[in-house]
Design a protein around this ligand. Structure first.
Ligand code: AP5
Ligand code: MG
Length: 201
């Protein structure tokens, strides 16, 4: 099974991914976490990405696609499937992913979009800034992340919709467990579709 979680900054992708990874035994593929790990390790990619991430802009597609391609080739993904968190975030990334998955005879089974009002998102990000100090959790960077989401990621949803993909919108403005219940239901629904048996191999 390949599932993808999309949503604006602070919508709960990482929070819900943790539940899904535990509940469905999927490998967690978060491009944000992978990029932060690269930055921490001080690699060329990490250094270049860190500067961009701090502004709230998206890291260039080719850099992210290469990183994801490498990650998807790892054994755990072949064994248990993947939960994509924050990828794909642009139409070119979505197209590259389609090609990548085609080569291994896979495809995305379900996309879950988390819907949360902007005022709530901002509040969450500002609260997390006090607790965790993530370098892009500033008012200016949040605004830029929202702009990138609207301009570049919303079209990804349209791209998949046009391709007949199974997209489920979940209200992310509820208690974490309630959102988790709806997200799990969306993924369970797809896991049980007989048409997906072959795909999941
Ligand atoms: P990324 O790390 O993906 O960050 P983001 O999309 O801005 O989102 P966040 O991680 O801040 O939020 P989230 O949706 O995961 O919510 P969370 O669960 O943490 O990307 C960071 C940067 O990396 C990008 O700006 C870009 O530069 C680069 N990047 C990453 N992927 C890329 C790609 N594919 N292409 C190009 N560039 C890329 O929750 C947020 C807070 O809210 C937490 O404190 C949490 O505890 C709280 N919370 C969660 N759910 C609830 C709830 N239901 N009720 C109350 N509080 C909640
Ligand atoms: Mg996240």
């Amino acid at each position: 099974m390949i599932a993808a979680l999309l949503g604006p900054p602070g919508s709960g992708k990482g929070t819900q991914a943790e539940f899904l990874v535990k509940g469905f035994g999927l490998a967690h593929v978060s491009t944000g976490n992978l990029l932060r790990a690269e930055a921490k390790a001080g690699t060329d990619l990490g250094r270049a990405a860190a500067e961009i991430m701090e502004t709230g802009e998206l890291v260039p597609d080719d850099m992210v696609v290469r990183m994801v391609e490498h990650r998807l080739q790892q054994r755990d993904v072949a064994d248990v499937g993947a939960l994509l968190d924050g990828f794909p975030r642009t139409v070119p990334q979505a197209e590259a992913l389609t090609e990548m998955l085609k080569r291994t005879h896979h495809q995305i089974d379900v996309i879950v979009c988390l819907d949360v009002p902007v005022a709530v998102l901002e509040q969450r990000i500002m609260q997390r800034a006090e607790k965790e100090g993530r370098s892009d959790d500033t008012a200016i960077s949040f605004e830029q992340r929202m702009r990138e989401y609207t301009e570049k990621t919303v079209p990804v949803i349209d791209y998949y919709r046009a391709n007949g993909m199974h997209i489920v919108s979940v209200n992310g403005d509820m208690a974490i467990e309630d959102v988790g219940r709806d997200v799990a239901a969306a993924v369970t629904g797809v896991a049980q579709l007989p048409a997906n048996d072959g795909r999941r191999g």
